[in-house]
Design a protein around this ligand. Structure first.
Ligand SMILES: O=C(O)CCC(=O)C(=O)O
Length: 277
């Protein structure tokens, strides 16, 4: 249910889901971020909400059991393998492959697949941060995305984006500098926020009584070590049942061999295939 108490103002950074590669590239270069309006349909968004709530039970149990409950409330990690809807989302990335490949200058893979159920209490995602520790400016190592599973509004804590900071802000900005340039990434449920990982951002403050949910897949060049071994988590044996896009993005073509038998293979059977960069 949308929050009817606040009309949803479209962000000036919002563009149609089918925006061209050139328009995408220009917004990324100049602003460092954009929102693709309703990139995912209501049906898949609804299934992802159900899977997200279910996955949170398992993530939270481990956060509490392992003594890291304090600033992780509402956060989820490594959702691939914790719900079929998340694998389906990977398959829906097809229309964006040219955009992402142009951004990276070649193929890309999933680096991590987290989520955030933002309530009034804050987690580490509410601090001003960026998700790549090394400021790499022109060399795109990582690309952030955030799929809105609820409408994102100013009142429910739409992500605050420091526009242009991917170009000129190597170090953490002061709170004042961040506030002066931060804009709210508002959008309708199903919209996809895409941003340069060099850009400083923070979850907003949710002042409503309802959760504001999202998933946050990040992508990289295949040569960057992912935060999770997705092919092993899903299972090597499931590869035949996955689409070509899922195999590529989940990293089945950029695995690390562990035996000489795995290493000595013809190119098309290699764990790390030719052309992965
Ligand atoms: O939930 C949010 O608004 C922020 C998410 C975030 O910080 C991230 O994806 O790195």
């Amino acid at each position: 249910m949308p929050d009817m108490s606040e009309p949803l103002a479209a962000s000036r950074h919002c563009m149609p889901a089918g925006a061209s590669v050139d328009r995408f590239a220009e917004a990324m270069a100049v602003n460092g971020w954009l929102v693709l309006d309703r990139f995912i349909d209501d049906g898949l968004v609804a299934r992802m909400r159900v899977d997200l709530d279910r996955a949170y039970v398992g993530c939270r149990r481990l956060q509490v059991a392992n003594g890291i409950a304090l600033d992780t409330e509402g956060t989820l990690h490594h959702l691939v393998g914790q719900g079929e809807s998340f694998l389906e989302f990977i398959d829906r990335l097809g229309p964006l492959v040219p955009h992402f490949e142009a951004h990276f200058g070649g193929p890309f893979i999933l680096n991590s697949f987290g989520g955030n159920i933002l309530r009034a209490s804050a987690s580490y995602a509410s601090a001003i941060h960026r998700d790549v520790r090394t400021f790499s400016r022109e060399l795109p190592l990582l690309l952030n995305t955030l799929l809105m599973l609820d409408d994102f509004t100013v009142r429910n804590g739409a992500t605050m984006m420091m526009t242009g900071s991917h170009r000129d802000q190597p170090g953490r900005p002061s709170d004042e500098a961040f506030a002066a340039r931060a804009e709210a990434a508002t959008g309708r449920a199903g919209s996809l926020l895409v941003f340069d990982s060099n850009l400083w951002h923070a979850a907003g403050v949710n002042t409503t009584a309802r959760p504001r949910r999202s998933v946050t897949p990040m992508f990289s060049r295949p040569l960057v070590k992912p935060q999770f071994d997705h092919p092993r988590a899903i299972g090597y044996e499931r590869m035949d049942g996955l689409s070509e896009l899922q195999r590529q993005v989940l990293g089945y073509y950029s695995r690390i061999p562990v035996t000489l038998e795995e290493w000595y293979q013809p190119p098309q059977r290699r764990m790390y295939r030719p052309g992965q960069g």
